[in-house]
Every structure is written in structure tokens, then in C-alpha cells.
Design a protein around this ligand. Structure first.
Ligand SMILES: Nc1ncnc2c1ncn2[C@@H]1O[C@H](COP(=O)(O)OP(=O)(O)OP(=O)(O)O)[C@@H](O)[C@H]1O
Length: 290
């Protein structure tokens, strides 16, 4: 197993100062059969937007759950911001997820008994913040950032799917997490609404330096990211820097007959916001270790 990236070879990036690192992570369910994840190693630098792609059942969601500390891997090491998750007991893991991690899922359950503002303040309250004007101001600022300041008093069921996802993003970002994990957040949205949601994630990366790990099937969504990594039957099978829609489709097509061929690709048609992040100051790319 060899490290293949310049980032790691040059020593510019280590697992300890990365936003996220996985080293030999495997996950087997029920102790039988093929593992859902099989020895996945990668390093995601801070301030990076990374897409995790691959065929259905290739292990994308399992990778996300293990990486986010929602599930313990069977083998290997996961570090968030240098902290080895295996060293944390349940309470410590909960604290780390609460304080440093944001989540946006396709079916992210906003609490229907709470209004939109209350949903956004929830992570802050869980982290011990006191109710009051300062808390409300933070929630409203977060809602304003996703264009929903005027819906603060509404219930989630009064919003469209796209608006709900924007509330979910405001909630994920309200405690200024180091890293956000998003699992198919745009799968149920029309293309225009999906672009709005992806633009919000892109902005979090560009303006706040948040790291975002996005599981998606969608080559258009992947084109908003800095890098796409591809899974095939639980293993890392390739990656694209500055993925564009065409390059991603090609990789996914190659995956259909199990012949991923990692290639160097550049973004000819990536969204403008994504291109901006490819400035020379952008952090080193994700280190894919095989
Ligand atoms: N909780 C579980 N119990 C048993 N098997 C599971 C569990 N979660 C996932 N698996 C299995 O692990 C493999 C990978 O599943 P995973 O959901 O990670 O794939 P995926 O790439 O996210 O798929 P999709 O794109 O269809 O959502 C599949 O074979 C799946 O059946």
C-alpha cells in the first residue's frame, strides 16, 4: 500500500493537522460477508470541499458515518482535527460532534414542534448556550445567510424542501464547526434549488474555511467541490481534482465495469464559485492513500 499524493510525499500535510484523516478504515456489518468499507485511507486538509462518490452500495454513507463518529469502524483510525475518535468515550464523542462537526442529511429531521429559529438554535443550546437575545441574533444571522431570515417564526412543514435544506445548513453551521458532513443533501431537490444549497456549502468553505465532505451521486453536485474521491465495493478507487461534470461521469462510467482509472482532470465547466477556490492559496488536495 503506497501513498500516492504530492501532499503527503512532501510532508506538507499530516493526519494530525488535517481536518479529517482515515487510516485503513474498514467496516463489516454482522461479522460476515464483504466489508462495507475495506481499508480506506485518506486525508482531507482544512478548508477543503470533497465529494465522496461511487455506485450504490459502494460504502459512501458508511464512510461518512464512520468519519463523522456516528459509527465506530471495525478496523483503522479516524481522526477529526487530529483527535483519534477511538480514544473518546461516548460522552467525549458526543461533545466533539456537537462542538466541531455539522451534519446535513437528505432527510435531516428538523424538529417539527420547533419553529425555524428554534431549530437553528438547537445545537447552541445543546452546547450549553443560554437562551436570550445573543442566541436569537446568532440564529437570525445564520438564517439571513441562507436567505431565510423572514421565515424564522415558521414551522418546518410550512417550508419547501429546498428551504428546509437551507435551514438544515444554517443549523449545521451555527456553531461554526470545523467540518460539515453532508449525505445527499440535494437528492430530493430540483436542479435550481440544489444549486442554491450547494452554493451555501461552497460559501462556507470559501468564506469560513469550513471543511465539507459531501456524499453525492450527482456529477453536477460534485462539480461544486474541490475534489471527488470514488469508492468501489468499499475501497477507494480513484479521485479527481477540480472535478467537472464530464470527468465525474467518465469516472462513474468506468466504475460500472469496475475499471476506475484515476486521471488528472481540470475543471472546464465547474461553477464559478468552485473555480475561485482553486487559487494558489488553496490547501493541498486530499491525500488518497492506497
Ligand atoms: N446498518 C447496516 N447493516 C448491514 N449492512 C449495511 C448497513 N449499512 C450499510 N450496509 C451495507 O454496506 C454496504 C455499503 O452501504 P452504504 O449505504 O454505505 O453504500 P452507499 O454507497 O452509501 O449506497 P447508496 O448510494 O445506495 O446510498 C451495502 O452493501 C449495504 O447493504
Amino acid at each position: 500500500m503506497k501513498t500516492t499524493t504530492t501532499a503527503t510525499r512532501s510532508g506538507a500535510l499530516g493526519a494530525l493537522d488535517a481536518a479529517l484523516s482515515l487510516d485503513g478504515v474498514g467496516r463489516t456489518y454482522g461479522g460476515r460477508g464483504a466489508p462495507a468499507l475495506d481499508g480506506v485511507s485518506l486525508v482531507v486538509p482544512r478548508g477543503r470541499f470533497v465529494a465522496v462518490m461511487g455506485p450504490s452500495g459502494s460504502g459512501k454513507s458508511t464512510l461518512l458515518r464512520c468519519a463523522a463518529g456516528l459509527e465506530r469502524p471495525t478496523t483503522g483510525t479516524v481522526r477529526i482535527g487530529g483527535t483519534d475518535l477511538a480514544t473518546l468515550k461516548t460522552a467525549g464523542l458526543t461533545r466533539l460532534r456537537r462542538d466541531r462537526v455539522g451534519f446535513v442529511f437528505q432527510s435531516l429531521n428538523l424538529v417539527s414542534a420547533l419553529d425555524v429559529r428554534e431549530n437553528v438554535t438547537l445545537p447552541l443550546l445543546l452546547a450549553g448556550a443560554r437562551e436570550g437575545r445573543a442566541l436569537d441574533a446568532r440564529a437570525l444571522a445564520g438564517l439571513a445567510a441562507v436567505g431565510l431570515a423572514d421565515r424564522a417564526g415558521d414551522r418546518p412543514e410550512d417550508l419547501s424542501g429546498g428551504q428546509r435544506q437551507r435551514v438544515a445548513i444554517a443549523r449545521a453551521l451555527v456553531n461554526e464547526p470545523d467540518i460539515v458532513f453532508a449525505d445527499e443533501p440535494t437528492a430530493a431537490l430540483d436542479p435550481v434549488t440544489a444549486a442554491g444549497v450547494l452554493a451555501l456549502l461552497r460559501r462556507a468553505v470559501d468564506e469560513r474555511g469550513t471543511t465539507v465532505v459531501l456524499v453525492t451521486h450527482d456529477p453536477v453536485a460534485a462539480a461544486w467541490t474541490d475534489e471527488a474521491v470514488f469508492l468501489d465495493r468499499g475501497r477507494l478507487a480513484g479521485h479527481l481534482d477540480h472535478p467537472d461534470e464530464h470527468g465525474v461521469r467518465r469516472m462513474l462510467g468506468a466504475g460500472n465495469d469496475h475499471r476506475f482509472r484515476p486521471t488528472a482532470t481540470t475543471a472546464a465547466t465547474a461553477p464559478a464559485a468552485a473555480t475561485a477556490s482553486n487559487a494558489p492559496t488553496a490547501p493541498a488536495r486530499t491525500a488518497v492513500i492506497r
